[in-house]
Design a protein around this ligand. Sequence first.
Ligand SMILES: [Zn+2]
Ligand SMILES: [Zn+2]
Length: 336
Amino acid sequence: MAGTAPTWLRPVPGGLYCAPGDFYVDPTRAVDRAVITHGHADHARAGHGKVLATAETLAIMAARYEEEDTPGRQALAYGEAVMVGEVTIRLIPAGHVLGSAQAVLEYNGERIIVSGDYKRRHDPTCARFAVEPCDLFITEATFGLPVFRHPDDGEELGKLLASRQTFPERAHLVGAYTLGKAQRIIVRLRELGFDRPIYIHGALEGINRIYTRFGIDLGELRLVMETEKKEMAGEIVVAPPSTLNERWSRRLPDPVTVFASGWMRVRARARQRAVELPLVISDHADWDELNTTLDDVGAPHVWVTHGAEEALVHAATERGFAAKALALIGYEDDAE
Ligand SMILES: [Zn+2]
Ligand SMILES: [Zn+2]
């Protein structure tokens, strides 16, 4: 039997509020004191008073919001513990993007983990998801439906490399989210032996610089803006997804449009964006990873913050977890 769920962290308008510590985790509006799991804009908002996060996440927030000098920023290394009010806080890896963390909260003999966004598979650009037991595990469910099963990313990127061989005169324009996906694709291509320069949109420069500063080697990158059109024939270009259907892509020679996203499992989405080569590559857990994670963590209580909450709650309940959907407002299912 699950017993009663801890009551000292609760969903309120604006996010998850921890009363004995007087802080929020990933609040969706500006608050006095926030614990931030990772740098994606829907989790890491501007304008908080005090912020507790990994050094990587703080660097990403500083680059985005130009709040570098806020005195209330406190960096916490993975595994390091700090007391806030009566609550002990630790951050452990979530495997989602550089610096992403699960917030481990302990109070009164109970442990709650707020996992933020996460995935379980190999990603050379961030630390691997850590499993820790707890009384209450709070999970996302962005891809919380059985239809979402993500293939191996090496196989997906193999399709991109094969397409280059087939169309040596065309550039390959890969739409990839600016924080996390773009850098993961660049480094995975390096791991697969692709050692040519990779051409990038200027919007990636700031985040790329942070990855490099924290020791992630992206190899040789060149700016599309500073390159002649004809030089990019047969080359790989990485840019934000919005550029796929923008005038900007006309700088490239006859581009093959590629989009790397978990949503590419849904053919209608690929068609909507006129994607020629959809690649199913996600920084979120797929259906199997979500369910495996509940088993691995083994928390009797499970709350689901956003995404396809009802399906995951149903599956978890059938397997004996006391599960409930929070349907928190303000997190974007699309931010992947
Ligand atoms: Zn995220
Ligand atoms: Zn999210």
